[in-house]
Design a protein around this ligand. Structure first.
Ligand code: NDP
Length: 282
């Protein structure tokens, strides 16, 4: 049977519509959600991401405050900027585009952000709260994956979920969110022995590796749900970590690249900013 192709663009559009409605309700109460977007340096990919995030803000009705700084900005200046946004009641979310140029300490900058404005969900407090199962702003990419599963009626409860990748941005929060949704979760990485066999146990397989088309059909149990977080630029264009051609025929549902998880990450940033604005104006 043909797999369900999980349409991230469609679900993301829906999430943004929902965010726009909540923004309208906030504005009716005199609150205008504000997101500070800080870009340091001139990395073209980072600049493109930041431009897209600002476009999303405009679409949803969030005021974006753009700050573009030169690559040689001192750490103290960047942290002072964050301090200013922390103290500014018109700013509800703060996003520092990563990676930062060499010489800047990203960990220190992230830790400086007030946790209630941490719309990327990378602050140690946000991750700690996720571990404890407390309300928190969740990292946008894994939160987007959970939203896709919900939108397609895929309930992780009682399922075997395997996450390949253990980054703080994707793999670890992904595993925690799946655990919170009552899946039985295994996290794999570059030192995992017999990765193929572990992946083949998965009812839900999430690939967040950064290796073009590494997960082929030999890693996938027939009928599994396959979520491809990977974004790899190759001569053949943008491809995921999953070899879509070989995996799609045996999966029950699968995300394409592009058009799967990617659009969800941006949509969830809008949702997090709205949630932070609502929380601040309670
Ligand atoms: P990282 O490089 O931080 O992490 C990659 C993870 O994959 C690591 O845990 C690494 O293991 C593991 N890994 C690498 N090679 C192998 C291997 N051969 N076998 C098993 N595991 C392996 O990447 P990110 O988590 O930041 O991103 C992962 C992918 O997702 C990238 O393609 C990135 O572009 C994409 N991405 C997409 C987003 C979206 O919006 N769709 C958002 C963020 C990322 P170890 O820890 O042992 O090194």
């Amino acid at each position: 049977m043909a797999p369900v192709i999980i349409d991230g663009k469609k679900v993301a559009a829906h999430v943004k519509e929902r965010a726009a409605e909540r923004v309208a309700a906030l504005k009716a109460r005199g609150v205008e959600p504000g997101l500070a977007v800080i870009l340091v340096g001139d990395d073209p990919a980072s600049r493109a991401y930041v431009d897209m995030k600002e476009r999303d803000c405009a679409q949803v009705g969030i005021r974006s405050i753009d700050v573009r700084l030169p690559a040689d900005t001192p750490q103290a200046e960047l942290e002072a900027l964050v301090d200013g946004f922390n103290a500014d009641p018109a700013v509800h979310g703060i996003l520092v585009q990563l990676p930062l140029p060499d010489g800047l300490d990203a960990e220190a900058v992230i830790a400086r952000i007030a946790p209630e404005k941490d719309v990327d969900g990378f602050h140690p407090v946000s991750i700690g709260r996720l571990v404890r199962g407390l309300p928190a702003l969740h990292a946008c990419t894994p939160a987007g994956v959970m939203e896709l599963l919900r939108a397609y009626g895929i309930d992780p409860r009682g399922k075997r979920a395997v996450v390949v990748g253990r980054s703080v941005i994707v793999g670890k929060p992904m595993a925690l969110l799946l655990l919170q949704a009552d899946a039985t979760v295994t996290v794999c990485h570059s030192k995992t022995a017999d990765l193929r066999a572990v992946c083949r146990e998965a009812d839900i397989l999430v690939a967040a590796i950064g290796r073009a088309r590494m997960i082929d059909a030999s890693y996938v149990k027939p009928g599994a749900v396959v979520i491809d977080v990977g974004i790899n630029r190759t001569d053949a264009g943008l491809v995921g970590d999953v070899d879509f051609e070989s995996v799609a025929p045996i999966a029950s549902a699968i995300t394409p690249v592009p058009g799967g998880v990617g659009p969800m990450t941006r949509a969830m940033l809008m949702e997090n900013t709205v949630a932070a604005s609502e929380e601040a104006s309670r």
